[in-house]
Structures are given as C-alpha cells and as structure tokens.
Design a binder for this molecule. Structure first.
Ligand code: AMP
Ligand code: ZN
Length: 119
C-alpha cells in the first residue's frame, strides 16, 4: 500500500533503523522509544491487525512472533529458551488501544522493569 508508512519502510522509501530481517519480516527501532529497547516487528506484507493476519496467513503471524523473540535474544532481553531478564510484546489494535499505524506491528519492549497493568 503506497500510503502506508510501514509499507514504505519495507520498500526502502522511508529510512528505518533495521535490527533484524527475514524474507517475510522486518524489525526496526521505534522513532519514539518508550524503553531502552523498543523495536517494532512487522510482516513485510500489509495486514492491518493481528486478527486480520491470522485469518489471512497464520504462518506469517508465527513468523512475526518468532522474529520478535529473535530480536529480544539479540538485544540481550532473553535467552533462546525464553528466560530472564524478559521483555514485553504489545500490539495495539484499533482506536481504543491507540493504534496509529494500520499495518500490524509488534512492539518489543525491554531493558527496564515493565509496569502492570499498562495504561
Ligand atoms: P501504534 O501507536 O501502536 O500504532 O505504534 C506506532 C509506532 O510507530 C509508534 O510507537 C511510533 O513511535 C512509531 N513510528 C512512527 N513513525 C515511525 C518511523 N518513521 N520509524 C520508526 N517508528 C515509527
Ligand atoms: Zn502497510
């Protein structure tokens, strides 16, 4: 989608601070980080939300989650078996959750204690 910010980042039309890439996923640092590590992980194909993606291409949702964990390992937030220090995956869906970019993205947050519940 030519008017989608994240599609334009996948296309290389807008710069991204890429930290991880597979044939179907891209991960880059959030421009307005909310934690010492704040990376966005996206499918390269355009899907607006996780709910839409799981119906259209469930394997791609698995790939995005696997990429998020790989980023966490790369950033020193987890070991391969998923142990300490840990991290949080968030995906805002719809207006009440504050979704501003309508191309599914997982926020990978870590490097500080995470408050619960989130705001
Ligand atoms: P959300 O509000 O959950 O839709 O998240 C969108 C995220 O995209 C926000 O955390 C923004 O800071 C981030 N963002 C917006 N523009 C860019 C950009 N050009 N590069 C990296 N992150 C961005
Ligand atoms: Zn898109």
């Amino acid at each position: 989608m030519s008017d989608c910010l994240f599609c334009r980042m996948v296309a290389g039309e807008i710069p991204a601070d890429v930290v991880h890439e597979t044939d179907r996923t891209l991960a880059f640092r959030d421009i307005n980080p909310q934690a010492p590590t704040h990376v966005l992980v996206i499918p390269k194909d355009h899907h607006a939300t996780a709910g839409l993606l799981v119906g259209a291409d469930p394997q791609l949702l698995v790939d995005v989650v696997a990429a998020a964990h790989a980023v966490a390992v790369q950033e020193g937030l987890a070991t391969e078996d998923g142990s300490e220090p840990g991290y949080r995956i968030v995906t805002n869906t719809g207006p009440q959750a504050g979704q501003t970019v309508h191309h599914l993205h997982l926020h990978v947050l870590g490097g500080r204690p995470m408050r619960w519940p989130p705001g």
